[in-house]
Design a protein around this ligand. Structure first.
Ligand SMILES: Cc1cc2nc3c(=O)[nH]c(=O)nc-3n(C[C@H](O)[C@H](O)[C@H](O)COP(=O)(O)OP(=O)(O)OC[C@H]3O[C@@H](n4cnc5c(N)ncnc54)[C@H](O)[C@@H]3O)c2cc1C
Length: 372
């Protein structure tokens, strides 16, 4: 019963993928060069959130979060890595205005191509929308240099997407933009960055850009980064629900082990599942909300409340799940500690809970618009 709906949706959209993932061992999928990332590509996974008109699966938000949870329960790295890809596919579809953009999205769906999503630049306690990339205007485009880290899917990406602050004609920085660059550009170099033993399969290393020319048509405008405009509103909302469902899937893998091993006592098992299913229902609620309504700052606030709720549910549920699984299970296999540690990384995705608390508080008190 547990995870049944999620796995049915995965199987409906990508028949056979789940069976193939089950044939791989967890730790095999969680190392560098993960076979799970390749399998997802073979099954057309990169097209999950690409509209049917571009040749993608055209999944609804409800289906997308179910797929994310189902994947997270099999391979944490796969679910986290494809979160970054999906967020880019939905952002670009939202911003696309010309034929070259439509062709890009069609290629992603039809050839199963991966995007990376380079926003972070390895500077702690900085806003994710701040960028220190050097950007020069040249004839017909921009020349970009700088470093993005961690950049998930740095090895498997077919296109790197890099956030930049684009200078206006007059030279002032006016807008946030997303540059799309083929990953075989000679100005792109990869360097080791990820020093943790968790989520190694996400390929979250450093990507450096050295004088990379990007034609104007491959740069997408995201507007003023200090305002929650329509694209930023959607991006923050979508990201929170895709990431939360992936990490909830990782926590679900621990809970599932209790059911399989019939560990613990009835009221403990039911209490854990009550919590985790409650968190999933909250995610389903916001998925329905964004499928049926216009998004505004209240949707972003709602998405953040639900993301932090999922985060704290994961903290409680995983601690009690490993306690119920017991010491011998913990000692005999690295998988329990692995799932426990990986599930907690939801806390590290922007915007972090503490960084946004005062903005959310002011918004709730009616003291101004939501600031992230
Ligand atoms: C597996 C994984 C893959 C990732 N892949 C990518 C990727 O491909 N692309 C990408 O762009 N990003 C990615 N990220 C996100 C990126 O790593 C984060 O931006 C980064 O982890 C932020 O770390 P930080 O130390 O700067 O955290 P911060 O958010 O700076 O937080 C550090 C601490 O300071 C606190 N803090 C920060 N600001 C404030 C404040 N104003 N007031 C009070 N407290 C504050 C935080 O709550 C936290 O406790 C990934 C993250 C993970 C975990």
């Amino acid at each position: 019963m547990f995870l049944k709906r999620e796995r049915e949706t995965l199987n409906k959209l990508f028949p056979g993928l789940d069976e193939n993932l089950q044939e791989l061992s967890l730790m095999e999928m969680e190392c560098e060069n993960s076979p799970a990332i390749k399998l997802f590509r073979q099954y057309g996974g990169p097209g999950l959130l690409v509209h049917n008109k571009y040749g993608g699966s055209g999944a609804s938000w409800l289906q997308a979060i179910q797929v994310q949870r189902a994947l997270g329960s099999r391979s944490p790295s796969l679910a986290v890595a494809v979160t970054m890809h999906h967020i880019t596919t939905v952002m670009i579809q939202e911003m696309v205005t010309d034929q070259s953009g439509c062709s890009l999205i069609e290629d992603v769906a039809k050839q199963s191509l991966y995007f990376s999503s380079g926003f972070a630049e390895g500077r702690t306690e900085s806003n994710i929308l701040e960028s220190c990339m050097q950007v020069k205007r040249v004839e017909g485009g921009l020349v970009i240099s700088g470093s993005k880290k961690p950049c998930t899917l740095s090895a498997s990406m077919d296109f790197m997407t890099a956030s930049i602050l684009r200078p206006s004609q007059a030279g002032q920085i006016s807008e946030l933009a997303l540059a799309v660059i083929p990953s075989d550009d000679p100005g792109i170099k990869r360097y080791p960055f990820w020093g943790s033993w968790t989520l190694l399969g996400t390929e979250s290393n450093e990507v450096k850009l050295d004088d990379v020319y990007v034609p104007e048509e491959c740069v997408y405008n995201m507007g003023d980064p200090s305002q929650l405009n329509s694209i930023l509103t959607k991006t923050f909302t979508w990201f929170q629900i895709l990431a939360s469902s992936a990490y909830l899937g990782i926590a679900s893998a621990l809970v599932e082990r209790i059911l399989i091993a019939k560990k613990g006592v009835a009221n403990e098992r039911v209490a854990l599942i009550t919590e985790i299913e409650g968190a999933m229902s909250a995610l389903e609620g916001i998925a329905y909300l964004i499928m049926n309504n216009k998004q505004d700052e209240s949707t972003v606030a709602q998405a953040l409340f639900i993301r932090y709720l999922v985060q704290s549910t994961i903290e409680r549920v995983t601690a009690r799940a490993i306690e119920n699984l017991g010491g011998i299970a913990f000692i005999r296999s690295p998988e329990i500690a692995y799932l426990f540690a990986s599930a907690h990384a939801l806390a590290f995705h922007p915007p972090s809970r503490l960084s946004v608390t005062s903005g959310l508080d002011k918004y709730l008190l009616g003291e101004g618009p939501l600031e992230i």
